[in-house]
Write a protein that binds this ligand. Structure first.
Ligand SMILES: Cc1cc2nc3c(=O)[nH]c(=O)nc-3n(C[C@H](O)[C@H](O)[C@H](O)COP(=O)(O)O)c2cc1C
Length: 139
């Protein structure tokens, strides 16, 4: 059964570019083996990740990353069955708050800063729909 899980977490203090690179490398390697795809956004000190794939595989990835000290306050924001993958080509893509992406982040924010903890499920889905259509913004 194909499912999608979206969660947010806060970056730990002292996290740096080497950590992000390491997270992406492990994600691409491990998710590739498990057939998990998705995207990881980082803005305003908050990670927002959408994972999709087999239910058991997504749970396995999620439980592993919960033990990672590079983030705190994890919260599942959306979870459910999907009929097809949206990030089929990405084992884990990164969308960060470079100037070109700020407009995209703010478009879906009800506050002055990107805060996925406050976003509704339809808004989160619309945000990821736009992310997938905007691959050119990937950095
Ligand atoms: C915000 C965040 C997202 C992560 N996403 C994934 C992921 O999608 N897949 C994954 O395998 N590891 C992910 N990780 C990393 C894991 O916590 C863990 O470091 C990694 O799976 C270890 O794998 P390795 O021993 O093969 O390097 C993430 C970590 C953080 C902080």
């Amino acid at each position: 059964m194909l499912i999608q899980l979206t969660y947010a977490s806060r970056t730990s203090p002292n996290i740096g570019p080497a950590d992000i690179k390491d997270i992406l490398q492990s994600s691409q390697r491990n998710n590739g083996i498990l057939g998990v795809t998705g995207a990881l956004c980082l803005a305003n000190g908050i990670f927002l990740q959408q994972l999709e794939g087999d239910r058991q595989a997504v749970n396995q990835v999620y439980h592993r990353l919960l033990r990672d000290s590079r983030h705190t306050d994890p919260a599942i924001l959306d979870f459910g069955e999907i009929s097809c993958r949206r990030f089929g080509a990405w084992n884990m893509g990164l969308i960060s708050a470079v100037p070109d992406n700020r407009q995209l982040f703010l478009k879906y924010s009800n506050t002055a800063h990107f805060d996925p903890y406050l976003m509704s499920v339809p808004t989160l889905r619309a945000f990821f729909d736009e992310v997938i259509q905007s691959v050119r913004w990937l950095s």
